[in-house]
Design a protein around this ligand. Structure first.
Ligand SMILES: Cc1cc2nc3c(=O)[nH]c(=O)nc-3n(C[C@H](O)[C@H](O)[C@H](O)COP(=O)(O)OP(=O)(O)OC[C@H]3O[C@@H](n4cnc5c(N)ncnc54)[C@H](O)[C@@H]3O)c2cc1C
Length: 427
């Protein structure tokens, strides 16, 4: 049996990026993906900070020529459509990349996986990892099943779990920790012909604030639009997250009813459990977790793909060094673990804030003093961790939101304070 340097479970953005980076450094990498690509995946809105990472991976040009819509700003609007705030990425406090892309994930993920293959990664699709055995001190043994049902066995010096929310390894180790304050569900679909902005605003993501949750509206190329509702599991109030529930909520939100009045639904209504979670550890003896398999933060700020890719770069650096020294224990991955823990904390903290009315109100009425609005723009662009110019301003921004809870520093958003907050407390 061939002994690979690394075996990667999962061919999403995190798995294919990490494999690519290792293979480019001469490592022998096997990637197992249980689906056959292209396959549907939710998570279509990228961040500007991700684009330079795609360039470094060697797929920037392919992404630019794939015809994905450019995304120049994130906008927030109340459900009645009365209050509106646009955060153009070019106005951030960090001089970062000025735009991102709204992507069809089937196509985007296929481009990344193809890039891995072209970089020398051995890619096996339709093969589902089922069990991992760490008993042999020199290798990890993995049992997988192919689409015919046959069991196949592999061996590698190191195992990377990039299996997304399936969390292949973390579930076996029972190390996943759910965030009780962000127990959410998502219900979503795709439409043709929904209204959208023009010019640079065409690809803006819109976050629609409603008392029981929030909606995303993501314009895609070819006139298609992704639209989904996210909120606490309690918002279902005994209903199933099905078509009836989705269509009723959409039609009772005036802003969306207007935007989708002439649109045709072209996809089934799907639901996803959207719980945020982290893990006790992100690496151990001969294993590490990458992307969603390591941790997931509620998608309101579209951080998933970005964290998966940035994490892949950091993990690949540690892993390549560890393979060279043949020191494949947890201590070789401290830098990766520290960064990932911090990134997940920083974004989860910002997300929890968003679910509080006093925080959302300050976002809807941001101040340019001390460039606070520009700092929030940088967070929305993916430049939240490791940028001191952002960190201290965000600390002030959050202090203002706390003050805004009791003192009326901003106008109130109608309906939001009356609603039970997403955190389950009446405010
Ligand atoms: C409702 C919702 C909306 C979102 N919106 C956004 C957004 O707008 N922008 C954004 O950046 N992120 C968004 N995300 C998050 C984003 O989808 C993920 O963070 C991202 O896909 C993570 O990439 P990954 O490579 O870690 O995992 P994935 O993309 O999930 O890839 C994991 C892969 O592993 C494979 N796999 C799983 N188990 C096995 C196994 N046992 N054997 C072999 N293969 C296996 C799967 O088939 C899959 O292809 C959203 C998430 C949700 C739930």
């Amino acid at each position: 049996m061939e002994l690979f340097d690394a075996l990667v479970v999962g061919g999403g953005p995190a798995g294919s990026a990490l494999s690519t980076l290792l293979a480019r450094r001469g490592r022998r990498v096997l990637l197992l993906e249980k689906e056959e690509f292209p396959r549907f995946h939710i998570g279509e809105s990228l961040l500007p900070g991700t684009v330079p990472l795609l360039d470094r991976l060697g797929v920037g040009d392919a992404i630019r020529s794939a015809g994905f819509l450019e995304k120049h700003a994130a906008e927030f609007v109340t459900g009645d459509g009365d209050l509106y705030r646009r955060y153009p990425f070019a106005e951030g406090v960090v001089d970062g990349y000025p735009h991102a892309f709204e992507v069809d994930r089937a196509e985007f993920d296929s481009l990344l996986l193809e890039n891995a293959r072209n970089s020398g990664v051995v890619v096996r699709q339709g093969v589902c990892a089922e069990d991992a055995d760490f008993d042999d001190p020199g290798s990890v043994r993995l049992a997988a099943r192919d689409s015919s049902g046959a069991v196949i066995r592999f061996a590698a010096r190191f195992l990377v779990d990039a299996s997304g929310q399936d969390s292949f390894l973390a579930r076996r180790m029972r190390s996943r920790r759910m965030d009780p304050s962000l127990k959410h569900v998502a219900v979503f679909s795709h439409y043709d012909g929904a209204q959208r902005g023009s010019g640079k605003a065409e690809g803006d993501i819109t976050i629609v604030l409603v008392p029981g949750g929030w909606w995303w509206v993501i314009p895609l190329s070819g006139g298609r639009t992704s639209v989904g509702l996210v909120g606490p599991a309690t918002m279902l109030a005994g209903c199933k997250p099905d078509e009836t529930f989705f269509l009723e909520r959409l039609s009772e939100t005036p802003y969306l009813a207007r935007r989708f009045s002439d649109a045709t639904r072209v996809a089934p209504v799907r639901a996803a459990s959207d719980y945020s979670y982290t893990n006790d550890r992100y690496a151990g003896d001969r294993w590490l977790l990458a992307g969603d398999a390591a941790g997931f933060v509620d998608p309101v700020f579209s951080t998933g793909v970005h964290l998966g890719l940035e994490g892949a770069f950091r993990a690949a650096d540690c892993l390549d060094r560890a393979l060279s020294r043949d020191r494949l224990g947890a201590s070789s991955f401290r830098a990766y673990e520290r960064w990932l823990g911090k990134a997940l904390r920083v974004y989860a903290d910002f997300v929890r804030g968003f679910y509080r009315p006093e925080f959302a109100e300050v976002m809807m009425y941001p101040s340019d003093r001390l460039q606070l609005r520009q700092a929030v723009t940088s967070v929305l662009s993916g430049y939240a961790v490791g940028y001191p110019a952002v960190t201290w301003r965000v600390a002030i921004f959050k202090a203002i939101t706390r003050l805004n809870r009791k003192h009326r520093l901003t106008p109130r958003i109608r309906g939001r304070r009356e609603a039970v907050s997403y955190l389950g407390a009446r405010v």
